[in-house]
Ligand binder design. Structure first.
Ligand SMILES: CC(C)(COP(=O)(O)OP(=O)(O)OC[C@H]1O[C@@H](n2cnc3c(N)ncnc32)[C@H](O)[C@@H]1OP(=O)(O)O)[C@@H](O)C(=O)NCCC(=O)NCCS
Length: 137
C-alpha cells in the first residue's frame, strides 16, 4: 500500500536510508524537512508488516530520493513508487544519480528514463548523471 509519510515512520525510513546510502545517508532532520516541504509527495510503501521503501518528489517532477529495503528489492516496489510519482508529473520526471550507481541507472533506464547530461564532481568524488523521462516525448 502506498501512503504519505507519517512522523512515526521516521526510524524505519532512516534504517532504509542507511542501508541504501551507507556513506551519504540523509539525516533525520533532512527527512523531517522534506516531510514539511513536500507533505503530499513524500510517499512510503507499506507491506502490512513494515515499510519497504520510499520516494520523495516534487511537483516539478524532480525525484529527490528513493530507496527500497534490500530484502524487498527486485519485487517491483521501486517501480510502484516511481509510477506513483509519474502520475503527478505533468511534463517530465527527472533526477540526479551517481554515475557509479549502476543498479539505479539500470532501474531508471528500464522505466524509460534517458541520460541527458552529466555534472562533473557533483558528489565530490563522483559525477552526477541527469536522467529524464519526458511525458511529451
Ligand atoms: C534502485 C532501487 C530503488 C530499485 O528498487 P527495486 O524495488 O529493487 O526495483 P524493481 O523491483 O521495481 O525493479 C524494476 C526493474 O528495474 C530493473 N532493475 C532493478 N534493480 C536492478 C539491478 N540491480 N540490476 C539491473 N536491473 C535492475 C529491472 O529491470 C527490474 O525489473 P525485473 O526485476 O523484473 O527485472 C533499489 O535498488 C535501491 O533502493 N537501491 C539503493 C538506493 C538507490 O540507489 N536509489 C536511487 C538513487 S538515485
Amino acid at each position: 500500500m502506498l501512503r504519505k509519510f507519517q512522523i512515526e515512520d521516521i526510524n524505519e525510513i532512516l534504517e532504509i536510508e542507511e542501508e541504501a546510502f551507507p556513506k551519504t545517508a540523509y539525516s533525520k532532520e533532512a527527512f523531517l524537512d522534506y516531510a514539511n516541504t513536500f507533505p503530499d509527495s513524500f510517499i512510503v510503501i507499506e507491506t502490512g508488516k513494515d515499510i519497504a521503501g520510499y520516494i520523495i518528489f516534487d511537483m516539478s517532477g524532480h525525484i529527490h530520493s528513493t530507496a527500497v529495503k534490500p530484502v524487498y528489492r527486485r519485487k517491483g516496489f521501486g517501480k510502484m513508487l516511481f509510477m506513483h510519482a509519474l502520475k503527478y508529473a505533468k511534463e517530465r520526471l527527472w533526477l540526479e544519480v551517481r554515475s557509479k550507481n549502476i543498479t539505479a541507472i539500470r532501474f531508471y533506464e528500464t522505466l524509460g528514463m534517458k541520460i541527458v547530461g552529466k555534472i562533473p564532481n557533483y558528489y565530490d568524488e563522483d559525477d552526477a548523471l541527469i536522467m529524464v523521462l519526458s511525458r511529451k516525448a
